[in-house]
Design a protein around this ligand. Structure first.
Ligand SMILES: [Fe+2]
Length: 206
């Protein structure tokens, strides 16, 4: 399926701190309909990029504010559901209060243009982190679970380094090594390139 990426800029806030951050936003699909993945920071930019294509839904890789806080307004704008793993409910409420979302489950599949989007629950960066596998495209949207250069950050609340390493070893690194990894921030990488460095990541502890 068609995969578009664009970058938005804003703030990441947690534990009383605030950091400038650039987020990768993805639009999956074509004229028949699209899913928006992690619409971040700039609703106008997202709406511009989507254009006149029908939106099927919004899928969030996790509920850190930079990934989730536009979702309720955009969900209303398009009249679609927001999908989030419920283990991030506490984080979601910090940004979005009682706004509704539909809970994601491990191994859940979405279908678009006859192709599958498979959800894998990969906790660690946050309890409700998921990655989205597009097997026909050999692509993994990794959110903040895996970046070019290592696992997502685990230094702040609700994060756990040992848990993210388990998610990488047991889920992400079981995908084919040539799977392209499109993360929530920064440059793409591959499953194989990152899997080859897992011992280094474990040794350094981040
Ligand atoms: Fe995050």
């Amino acid at each position: 399926m068609k995969i578009e990426k664009f970058v938005t800029s804003g703030k990441f806030r947690l534990d009383g701190g605030e950091w400038d951050v650039d987020n990768n936003v993805y639009i999956l699909g074509g004229k028949g309909g699209v899913y928006i993945i992690d619409p971040s920071h700039n609703a106008e930019q997202v709406i511009d990029e989507v254009g006149d294509r029908p939106v099927r839904g919004i899928i969030l890789t996790h509920a850190h504010n930079d990934h989730c806080e536009l979702a309720p307004a955009l969900g209303e704008h398009y009249g679609v559901e927001v999908h989030l793993h419920p283990d991030d409910d506490q984080l979601w409420k910090e940004s979005n209060g009682d706004a509704p979302y539909v809970p994601l489950t491990d191994n859940q599949q979405f279908e678009l243009d006859g192709e599958k989007i498979t959800v894998f629950h990969t906790p660690g960066h946050s309890p409700g982190c998921v990655v989205l596998h597009l097997p026909q495209d050999n692509v993994l949207l990794s959110g903040d679970t895996l970046f070019n250069g290592g696992p997502g950050a685990t230094g702040r609340k609700y994060s756990d380094f040992d848990v993210i390493i388990e998610s990488l070893r047991n889920v992400v690194f079981n995908l084919p090594g040539n799977t392209k990894v499109y993360p929530g921030h920064g440059d793409e990488t591959t499953v194989g390139a990152e899997a080859a460095r897992i011992d280094e990541y474990v040794a350094r502890g981040y």
